[in-house]
Design a protein around this ligand. Structure first.
Ligand SMILES: [Zn+2]
Length: 429
């Protein structure tokens, strides 16, 4: 992408009420507020979201989940059958349409997936089925910290249907493992916490909580490498554990931080299928009520959480002056993998810079407009681009260009080897 073509309303605005990650995302021009609890993404913000979604789509395919699409606008009948009409913690947007029928904007899709399957799965042979979508959800929640808590947000929600509890437990374990691989690839530290099923109902659930400086809950978690043990202040046993106690799982040291819930998996059992009436023929000639699981990841919340954890771990928390996206063996969700900064406008520099940009492709930002050199470096840093390619004096003297990593480390390579070097160098190789 050429900088001269990019719509990037980087405001560098230091005033305003935003703090921490929200302030950074606004300042870097990735998000814009549309009123309390409503946010839009600019093209650069949308690029980050699309990369997160690509990783989630891959994980869902790897566990055999099939993409579906359920309507967000729904009539009240299924919600009345499940008992959640008006009971969704007072957070459901409800209204009457022109025919005076009660409708809602779906805050979740357990009722929707039961409706989709009802009458279409008839026998144990038709199960298990795992469906998912990545789409908007609507909840009239109290707005908080930018994308962390919104009234409309993007979520990956998956649902599994089973003939018995053993099959459900197996799908739950598979999905839980896939979630941990997603969070590892995105470079997030995550604790897994036993949780209350609350408005979802059902038998068992676990939350995936990212430790951050200031989150939406308090989290006590194990600080040992590879251990995922954690408990949030929403659990009754939270007060039984203190920072610097021994971890009940591995004996490591516990720490207490803020936390953000980025994922939640539920063994719902027959909570919805009983209420709405979803049965299949079983192996013994009788009928049995379908067992269900439900699995969510907050995609837009994840975007902000990655920024929060990155700023907290690497750049001094709310004082951070630039975005800092983790780079793992999988890659990075940074809006651009690389930026090219030409210094001087002689033909050789301009042609080499353009050639490098064209070779890397759409994931590269070429600073080709009338910004000063200082402004170009500042913008690349603010956006958190992991590798900045400098074509200037060093190139004129040696024929090689410099790649600067966000942590300041620099390497000199030939222009032809930049695409491969950017990939390796960004992962610390
Ligand atoms: Zn531990």
């Amino acid at each position: 992408m050429r900088r001269s073509d990019l719509f990037l309303p980087a405001s560098r605005e230091r005033r305003g009420e935003w703090v921490g990650a929200t302030r950074l995302l606004v300042r870097a021009g990735l998000i814009r507020e549309f009123g309390s609890g409503l946010w839009g993404l600019t093209p650069a913000g949308q690029r980050v979201k699309t990369k997160i979604e690509a990783r989630v789509h891959d994980a869902m395919r790897s566990v055999g989940a099939q993409a579906a699409s359920l309507p967000n606008l729904q009539y009240s009948d299924r919600w009345r059958e499940s008992g959640r009409w008006g009971a969704f913690e007072g957070e459901m947007f409800t209204f009457r349409n022109r025919e005076d029928r009660a409708m809602c904007l779906a805050p979740s899709h357990e009722e929707g997936v039961v409706h989709l399957l009802d009458g279409l799965v008839r026998s144990y042979d038709d199960l298990p089925v795992v469906l998912y979508q990545i789409d908007s959800k609507f909840r009239d929640d109290h707005a908080r910290a930018g994308l962390l808590r919104c009234k409309e947000f993007t979520m990956k929600d998956a649902y599994s249907a089973h003939v018995d509890a053993d099959s459900l437990r197996e799908a739950y374990r598979t999905m839980r493992a896939a979630y941990l691989r997603i969070f590892d690839d995105l470079g997030l530290t995550i604790a897994v916490c036993g949780a209350d099923n609350s408005v979802m109902g059902g038998d068992r659930s676990e939350e995936f909580v990212a430790p951050v400086d200031e989150g939406s809950c308090r989290l006590t978690h194990c600080s040992a490498d590879g251990c995922r043990w954690g408990v949030t202040d929403e659990a009754a046993e939270f007060d039984e554990y203190a920072a610097s106690d021994d971890c009940p799982d591995c004996g490591g040291r516990l720490a207490t931080d803020g936390g953000v819930e980025v994922g939640h998996v539920f063994e719902l059992g027959t909570r919805y299928t009983d209420a709405i009436g979803l049965t299949v023929d079983d192996r013994d000639g009788g009928t049995t009520t379908v067992e269900m699981g439900s699995y969510g990841i907050g995609v837009t919340r994840l975007l902000q959480t990655i920024v929060m954890q990155g700023a907290w771990e690497r750049d001094g928390g709310s004082d951070a002056e630039s975005l800092d996206w983790p780079v793992t063996d999988w890659g990075s969700v940074a809006p651009y993998r690389a930026a090219v900064v030409p210094i001087g406008d002689d033909d050789a520099v301009r042609e080499t810079a353009t050639g490098i940009h064209d070779a890397i492709g759409a994931d590269c930002l070429l600073f080709d407009d009338d910004q000063s050199v200082g402004e170009r470096f500042a913008e690349s840093d603010l956006l958190g681009v992991p590798a900045t390619v400098v074509v200037g004096n060093h190139y004129r003297e040696t024929g090689e260009v410099e790649i600067e990593r966000k942590d300041g480390e620099t390497r000199s390579v030939t222009p032809e080897s930049v695409p491969a070097a950017v990939e390796r160098f960004a992962t610390g190789d």
